[in-house]
Design a binder for this molecule. Structure first.
Ligand code: HEC
Length: 319
């Protein structure tokens, strides 16, 4: 019994083994089972208690057996028990991997040379190093054949595959995280579902001041091309989210609307542009010209090439 592993190794090992098995077999989604199902905490507590109980029982059995031993047997038993627990297995592996000689045996491998009293040991190469070296040789052969002779794939292809996979993951993520939109990333939403959701929000929150058709009342006309706070999806999103100028009555809607909802209602507001409301309020603000819209060159087109088109030695050919 003396070679048995001590209890302070046995109990934790068994405990975490059971814990691991439990986590493996109980399907608890993203979260570990121990958090998802609190009953498992109780279960693990029970396991711990049973393990301790088993240890105690084994201990007392050993004790009783000890009492039945003869005096000589008792002595032997105690001597064996006092031998400290040793990592025999680990020690064996270690000596196999290094094949090092103990200092006492160094005499067997010492070389004849004697350089002013400095002598040399003829140690073998440690097996862990030798096998590692063989491993690199095998690796090199496989690598050479696979990538230089067969031409399996190259870094560029690998990179492109990873970028494509990442792009898919980003698209997937964006679908589930619409609320990530903010004033810098917002785009006009042209989906019918988004626009009808935007219309609902508009009818529910905004008609008191902007009228159901956007013609304006307390708030400005939203159907014309004149905007006080700037047109285009980004400005409109910003106005709805942060509110108008102080004291004008347009509150910051980010308190009550989610970013995705603001994007929807902003898109809906933009679809009102160009419609004819029943009682349009007079235009306020400035005529909005989209700075990103492709600009129509005015007048005649010049025949001479633009001055900037001088060849530039720093231009880099892009792949
Ligand atoms: C209490 C009245 C009121 C309500 C409700 C209201 N607004 Fe406004 N809105 C205003 C006023 C007043 C302004 C002008 C703000 C300014 O001049 O700074 C304005 C400005 C705007 C502008 C900018 C117009 C421009 O010319 O730049 C947009 C876009 C807008 N509102 C959209 C909405 C949306 C969408 C809702 C509903 C979620 C809403 N508003 C609810 C009063 C209101």
């Amino acid at each position: 019994m003396s070679t048995r592993t001590p209890w302070w190794i046995r109990v934790p090992v068994l405990f975490f083994l059971i814990f691991g098995l439990m986590e493996y077999f109980i399907d608890s989604g993203d979260k570990p089972a121990i958090i998802e199902y609190p009953i498992t905490q109780f279960f693990m507590l029970l396991v711990l208690m049973i393990l301790i109980a088993i240890e105690l029982i084994l201990g007392s059995i050993e004790n009783i057996m000890f009492q039945t031993l003869s005096a000589e047997g008792k002595e032997k038993y105690l001597a064996a028990k006092n031998k400290k627990f040793e990592w025999t297995w680990a020690k064996n592996v270690m000596s196999k991997l290094t094949r090092s000689r103990s200092i006492e045996k160094e005499g067997e491998i010492i070389l004849d040379h004697n350089y002013d009293g400095i002598r040399e040991l003829d140690n073998v190469l440690p097996p862990w190093w030798v096998y590692l070296f063989y491993g690199t040789m095998i690796f090199a052969v496989i690598y050479l054949v696979r990538f230089h002779i067969v031409g399996d794939y190259d870094q560029k292809l690998e990179y492109e595959q990873e970028v494509a996979a990442a792009q898919l993951a980003i698209d997937e993520y964006k679908k589930t995280a619409k609320d990530l939109v903010d004033v810098n990333t917002v785009e006009f939403l042209s989906d019918a579902s988004d626009l009808s959701a935007g219309e609902k929000i508009f009818q529910g929150n905004c008609v008191a001041c902007h009228m159901a058709d956007g013609g304006g009342g307390i708030g400005p006309n939203l159907t014309d091309e004149y905007w006080i706070l700037g047109g285009g999806i980004k400005n409109v999103f910003h106005t709805i989210s942060e509110g108008g100028r102080d004291g004008k009555g347009m509150i910051a809607w980010k308190q009550s609307l989610k970013p995705a909802e603001i994007a929807q209602v902003a898109s809906y507001v933009l679809t009102l542009g160009g419609t004819t409301p029943a009682n349009p309020k007079e235009a306020q603000g400035d005529l909005w010209v989209d700075p990103n819209a492709p600009q129509q060159p005015e007048g005649t087109e010049s025949e001479t090439p633009p001055v900037e088109q001088v060849s530039d030695s720093t231009t880099v050919a892009m792949d």
